[in-house]
Design a protein around this ligand. Structure first.
Ligand code: GDP
Ligand code: MN
Ligand code: MN
Length: 253
């Protein structure tokens, strides 16, 4: 078996209003079933989700949390504005974004953006992935999938990896339940998070710094689905989530 992954060259610094789909199509030859992986940071930039810290007014809660972190209260205010729940306030600031993604500081970055500015996650990354995917399909006539990624930490382990935050025409979970292992045992539990695995692989080529490679194409996997797909398929139901329950009891003890 074989798959290949390569970066798209010549992507400029992205500004509000840029047409990322057409930039990709100008700089890469797209084939059917290609999976196009796009860093959320450029999607957010194209959607105008870049804000000046000086334009943000921090409220009392932001000032209090900022003190615990020795952070800029305006940055913390931006995180609060984009979050519907706080899971851990300190020493890490772990929130659930208004769109349901659990991550540190609502995924807001101050890297790879002008000094004094911050860049959000896209407001609705599934919708962004769908817009981008449909436009790439219109331009090229190919049937493709899109994964929008961000870099996230994990509980229990040091180190961040790429994860999927928005999807177009690819289901994030491959269900192995009911399939046989090498010894004929029926698999009972395994659900493989293919979207996060692909995001991690693409992130190896993107890097985190000044590489300038926000788009990766992965070729060779049979994962395109005609169904509507969403990252929400990956989120564990709150009632099944013992980690979340544990964090809740800690916060409300
Ligand atoms: P995130 O993981 O979505 O938060 O994005 P990163 O800030 O880690 O950037 C991922 C990759 O995209 C790195 O190779 C960056 O250098 C690159 N990158 C970020 N913004 C831009 C941009 O506007 N244009 C280009 N060409 N590359 C960018
Ligand atoms: Mn990021
Ligand atoms: Mn990154």
């Amino acid at each position: 078996m074989k798959m290949e992954a390569f970066t798209v060259e010549n992507v400029p610094l992205i500004k509000a209003g840029d047409d990322i789909a057409s930039i990709i199509c100008q700089n890469a030859e797209i084939r059917d079933k290609d999976i196009i992986i796009i860093a959320s940071t450029i999607v957010a930039k194209a959607e105008g989700r870049v804000f000046r810290l000086d334009d943000i007014v921090a409220g009392d809660e932001a000032c209090r949390i900022a003190q615990e972190h020795q952070a800029d209260p305006r940055f913390i205010q931006a995180v609060l504005d984009r979050s519907r729940d706080i899971l851990i306030e300190s020493p890490i600031f772990l929130v659930e974004t208004n769109n349901g993604h659990v991550c540190i500081k609502a995924g807001i970055d101050t890297s790879n953006v002008d000094k004094g500015f911050l860049v959000d996650l896209p407001t609705d990354p599934d919708a962004s992935a769908a817009d981008m995917g449909k436009r790439i399909e219109d331009i090229t006539g190919r049937k493709i999938s899109v994964i929008i990624t961000d870099t996230n930490g994990r509980a229990f382990k040091i180190g961040q990896t790429g994860v999927a935050v928005g999807l177009y025409h690819i289901h994030p979970i491959k269900n192995w339940k009911g399939e046989k292992d090498l010894f004929g045992n029926i698999l009972q539990i395994t659900e493989e998070s293919v979207a996060d695995e692909i995001a991690g692989a693409a992130n190896l080529l993107m890097g985190e710094g000044d590489g300038g490679y926000p788009v990766v194409i992965l070729r060779g996997l049979e994962l395109r689905s005609d169904d509507k797909s969403s990252v929400k398929e990956m989120y564990r139901d709150n009632s099944q989530d013992i980690i979340r329950k544990g964090l809740f009891s800690l916060r409300h003890a």
